[in-house]
Structure formats: structure tokens, C-alpha cells
Design a protein around this ligand. Structure first.
Ligand code: ADP
Length: 556
């Protein structure tokens, strides 16, 4: 296979060369033999002219003499065609000789003929030798040409081989530059241009590689799923985020049919439409493979070098949708929560105006009910204010270092009277003091909310215990345990939601707003901590908060 072009040209040239040589040979042989023949004929003619003009006394003696002088065989024929005299004793051998007849009047009158014959044997022999020599020269010439051509071909193909190896290794800088074939000819200048271009090519390749790696990294780190398909809907690329969303193994093999990766007709429909219309499109879908997550899909046609395809970018909007829902629910909940006390206030106020004012037995009770609902409205309003403040990232002031022990003591003082009223014992311990970074009023409020719940959702003679533990790894733990009514396990995951109450009537009766735990969660998470609950219905609950402790500098 190697050097095919070279070999072909070489054989064509060699064939042409051989044909030319042989043509020259044939021409040379032809022209030399005809020239010799003409020369011989001319000599025969001139000798015959001279000899036939001589005066002959005796034919028999003149013939050998004439033959000696001319160097030809001389024969004299009488008018009957008989040989009168002949310089050669041997009979004629026609074909091997060239003869010329001339009228020979001087020999005896009209009808006499002088014949000069030249033997061709000798001429033929010398001609054959000439031919042999020519053939030998031709063969030597051919052998030389062949040898030279092979030599040339070898050196040329060696240089081409080196050039090829260099080019193949160029992207990886496989061969040093001095491995390139040198020389002044075209190959040499090709090598020179290559040597000059090589650094640029390598540079370009390195840049491309870097660019590719950068793009890979960007795509890999993207939260959005990126998917590219060809026009047969085979995956040409997808990033890790997309593969993860589809629970596919990474890396996804190229050329995988889309339906094997994402068994979802909605996504397929979008891509098919984009491929068909060539227009970008945007749609919100729910992917089956991705735990019913919602995605905003932006798809666009992809004009590649070889084939067309489509590209889809998937934004996960599940959380956004959830937040939207939460916001709507919140507005609905707030309206609902406000409606009850407002309706009660209005109802009792109207009743009073309708004559109950004069009802001395009940009028005081009605005003007390109005007051209770007004307080409730006030509680809701102030809780909502706290939440909105927490959600808009808290007060602008700098967070300060807070002593956990001091905050707990202050919270306990706040709930002391409520505990006494309900006959619930407040216990502390063990309490290890540590410092956290945050806002004291907020943290105290969170503790108050939790203690308040533990007291409210308790029974007479119940217990509430608050304890802390300064953890080793920069985290402090605060636990509030009660042996109250507990929370049904179905409700446990939801109790931190706004307005969520296990027993609405009971909560309302004890003055709850359903916002207390929501505030607790906010406060703790804003301080970089977390809160969780374990509860057993009828046995009690335990709220555990983990907070990052602030680094304390001990003065020596
Ligand atoms: P509320 O204003 O009703 O106390 P929270 O957000 O503080 O609102 O609490 C939500 C609900 O969680 C309460 O209504 C109650 O049903 C339940 N809960 C909270 N703490 C406790 C507890 N320590 N024991 C039993 N149930 C609790």
C-alpha cells in the first residue's frame, strides 16, 4: 500500500524510458544497415563505371586483376549469359551478396556483361555485432536508470515517512523538530513550512483543548441540565446535572437513543418540534424520570458542522413552584386566620349594640371576648411582623455574641408564670454555657416559643426540661423536652409550617397563632443552625437545636 503513487509513476516512467530506448535502438539499427547498403551500392556503381571503361586485352587475366583492385568479385558474362571469366571459384550464393550488372562493350562487343558482386556475409556479421553492442548499452542504461530510480524512491519515501510520522505526532508534540527531513527540494521546503507552522498548530490545539475543558467544566458545574441530540434523537451530549436528574449512569454514552435516557414524551415532543420547525421554544414540563420534578425547558435548534440537532436546557423550577404555592397558601391562611377573630369581634360588638349593653349579666363577658380576640389579632400581627422581618434577612444591626445560659435564663423568666398557672414544672440542666453569634431578642423569642409550647401542650403536673451541651466540633446543642401530649407522627413533618396546628381548637384556646415554630425555625436557620423534633403521642416531645458556637478568645 505504501508509496502507491510513487510506484505507479515510477513504473510508467520506466516503461516509457524502456520503450524510447528500444525505439531508438530499432531506428539506429535500421538506419545504419540501410546506409551501409547504399554505400556498398554506390561503390559497386562507381567501380563498375571505371572497370567497364577499361580496355581489355585478355578477359581471363583482366578479371583477377580487376577483382584485386576493386575488392569485389568480378564476373564477365558473354552475350549468351555464360560465364566467360570469374574471379571467384565458388558458385554463386544469391541472397548473401549484392551484385551489379553493367554492359561491358570493351570485353568483346555488345551483349557482354560485367558483373560486380559484393559479399554481404561480412557486413551482416558486423551489423549483428553493432546490434549486440547497442542492446548491451541499452540494458546497462536501463539497469542504471532502475538502480537510480529505486535509490531515489527509497530516500524520497523515507523522507515522506518521516514527514508523516511528524505530522501524526504533531498534536502531542511527538517528534522533535530536527526529525523533519531536510533538503533544498520541494519536500525540504514543505518540511520547513511545517516546522514554522507546527508551534502555531500546537498552540491552537492547546487553546482548543483548554477551551474544551473549560466548557466541560462549566457545563458539568451547571445546575441546569443540558442535553443535545442529533436529528435522529440520539444523545450527542448531556451534562452531569441532566444525567443525575434522569438517574442515568455518568458518563452517558454518546449516541444513546433519547428515550433510553429520558422516558418522557413531553421532552421528546419539544425536541421533535424544534427539529421540525427550526424555531426555539420554551415550555414547562414535569419529567417522569426525575421524581416528578418540574422543569422549564428551553430548546433551540443546533446547527452543527455535519448534522443538525437540537439543544435543550432544563431549569428545575420545582422549588420555585413550591415557594409560589407556599406564598399563595400563606396569603390564604392569613386571611383565614384573621377572619375568625374579626368575625367574633364584629359579632359581639353588634350584639352589644343590639341591646346586650344593657344585659348586665353578659355585657362584661362579651367585652372580654372582644378583648381576647383583639389580643389574638395583635399576636398574629406581631408574629407576622417577626416572620416578615426574619425573611427579609433580619435587622440591619450586626449580629452579636450571645451567652446561651443568659438567654435561657431570661426566656425561663418570661414563661415562669404561665408554667405556674398550668401546674407545669420547669426544670433546667445540665446547662453548659457557650456563645453563639446572633440577635439575643430573636433567640430568646425562639426559646420562649418552644418553652411556651411545651407548657401549653402539656398536662397538669407535667414537666419541661431545658438543657444544653457545648459540643466539641464548634456546635452547641440545646434540648427542650416535655412529657406532654406529644404530636401524632403524621403531623410531625408539618408542624414547622406557618399556621400549621395539630389541633386548631386547642391551639386557639391556649392563644396560639400557629406561627411560633415557624419563627423558631427561621431564627435558628438564620444563625446557621438546625432544629428537629422527636415526639411520641401521649408521652411527650423533644425539640433539639444545633447552633454553631462562636470562637471564644480566652484572655490569659
Ligand atoms: P401555636 O401557636 O399553635 O403554638 P406553633 O407553630 O408554635 O403554633 O406550633 C404548631 C403546632 O405544633 C401546635 O399547634 C401544636 O399542635 C404542635 N406542637 C408544638 N409544640 C408542641 C409540643 N411541645 N407538644 C405537642 N404539640 C406541640
Amino acid at each position: 500500500m505504501r508509496n502507491r503513487i510513487f510506484r505507479r509513476y515510477f513504473w510508467i516512467a520506466f516503461l516509457l524510458f524502456t520503450l524510447t530506448l528500444f525505439a531508438i535502438d530499432i531506428y539506429a539499427i535500421r538506419s545504419s544497415s540501410s546506409r551501409r547498403f547504399e554505400r556498398l551500392q554506390a561503390q559497386l556503381e562507381s567501380d563498375a563505371r571505371i572497370l567497364s571503361g577499361e580496355t581489355v586485352a585478355n578477359v581471363a587475366t583482366w578479371v583477377p586483376n580487376a577483382a584485386a583492385r576493386s575488392g569485389f568479385r568480378v564476373t564477365v558474362l558473354d552475350p549468351h549469359g555464360n560465364i566467360a571469366s570469374d574471379s571467384s571459384a565458388s558458385p554463386d550464393s544469391p541472397g548473401d551478396s549484392l551484385s551489379l550488372n553493367t554492359p561491358f562493350f570493351n570485353a568483346g562487343g555488345p551483349g557482354w556483361i560485367l558483373r560486380l558482386s559484393a559479399s554481404l556475409n561480412e557486413a551482416n556479421a558486423s551489423h549483428a555485432a553493432f546490434r549486440m553492442r547497442l542492446l548491451a548499452i541499452t540494458l546497462v542504461g536501463m539497469a542504471l536508470a532502475l538502480g537510480l530510480a529505486i535509490q531515489f524512491m527509497r530516500s524520497y519515501s523515507r523522507r515522506i515517512d518521516r514527514l508523516r510520522t511528524y505530522i501524526v505526532g504533531l498534536p502531542d508534540a511527538g517528534l522533535p523538530d530536527d526529525e523533519l527531513p531536510a533538503g533544498e527540494d520541494e519536500l525540504g521546503s514543505l518540511a520547513l513550512s511545517l516546522r514554522q507552522t507546527a508551534p502555531k498548530i500546537r498552540d491552537l490545539l492547546a487553546k482548543l483543548k483548554l477551551e474544551g475543558a473549560r466548557r466541560e467544566a462549566i457545563l458539568a458545574s451547571m445546575v441546569e441540565g443540558v442535553l443535545a441530540v442529533d436529528k435522529e434523537l440520539r444523545v450527542t451530549f448531556c451534562n452531569q446535572s441532566f444525567a443525575r436528574k434522569m438517574n442515568a449512569r455518568i458518563p452517558v454514552p454518546e449516541g444513546m437513543p433519547l428515550l433510553d435516557l429520558a422516558r418522557d414524551p413531553a421532552l421528546r415532543d419539544i425536541l421533535v418540534t424544534v427539529l421540525k420547525t427550526g424555531q426555539p421554544m420554551e415550555r414547562r414540563i414535569q419529567l417522569r424520570g426525575a421524581q416528578a420534578h418540574s422543569f422549564e425547558v428551553q430548546a433551540a435548534p443546533l446547527a452543527g458542522l455535519q448534522a443538525h440537532g437540537a439543544l435543550a436546557i432544563l431549569h428545575d423550577v420545582t422549588e420555585l413552584e413550591r415557594l409560589e404555592r407556599v406564598r399563595k397558601d400563606f396569603v390564604a391562611n392569613v386571611s383565614h386566620e384573621l377572619r375568625t377573630p374579626l368575625a367574633a369581634i364584629r359579632g359581639y360588638a353588634e350584639t352589644l349594640l343590639d341591646g346586650a349593653l344593657e344585659d348586665l349579666e353578659n355585657n362584661r363577658k362579651f367585652v372580654e371576648i372582644i378583648l381576647a380576640h383583639a389580643i389574638r389579632l395583635n399576636n398574629i400581627a406581631s408574629d407576622l411582623l417577626v416572620i416578615s422581618e426574619l425573611e427579609s434577612n433580619g435587622p440591619a444591626a450586626q449580629p452579636r455574641r450571645i451567652s446561651i445560659r443568659a438567654t435561657i435564663e431570661s426566656a425561663l423568666r418570661t414563661v415562669e408564670s404561665a408554667a405556674r398557672v398550668r401546674g407545669v414544672r420547669l426544670l433546667t440542666g445540665p446547662v453548659e454555657d457557650f456563645e453563639v453569634l446572633g440577635y439575643e431578642i430573636r433567640l430568646e423569642q425562639a426559646f420562649v416559643n418552644l418553652l411556651d409550647n411545651a407548657i401549653k401542650f402539656n398536662r397538669p403536673d407535667g414537666e419541661v426540661r431545658i438543657g444544653t451541651e457545648a459540643g466539641q466540633n464548634g456546635r452547641g446543642i440545646i434540648t427542650i423536652v416535655d412529657n406532654g401530649i406529644g404530636i401524632p407522627s403524621d403531623d410531625v413533618p408539618r408542624i414547622f409550617e406557618r399556621f400549621y396546628r395539630v389541633d386548631k381548637a386547642r391551639s386557639r384556646a391556649v392563644g396560639g397563632t400557629g406561627l411560633g415554630l415557624s419563627i423558631v425555625k427561621h431564627v435558628i436557620e438564620q444563625m446557621g443552625g438546625s432544629v428537629r423534633v422527636e415526639s411520641h403521642l401521649g408521652k411527650g416531645s423533644q425539640f433539639t437545636m444545633v447552633l454553631p458556637t462562636s470562637i471564644t478568645h480566652h484572655a490569659s
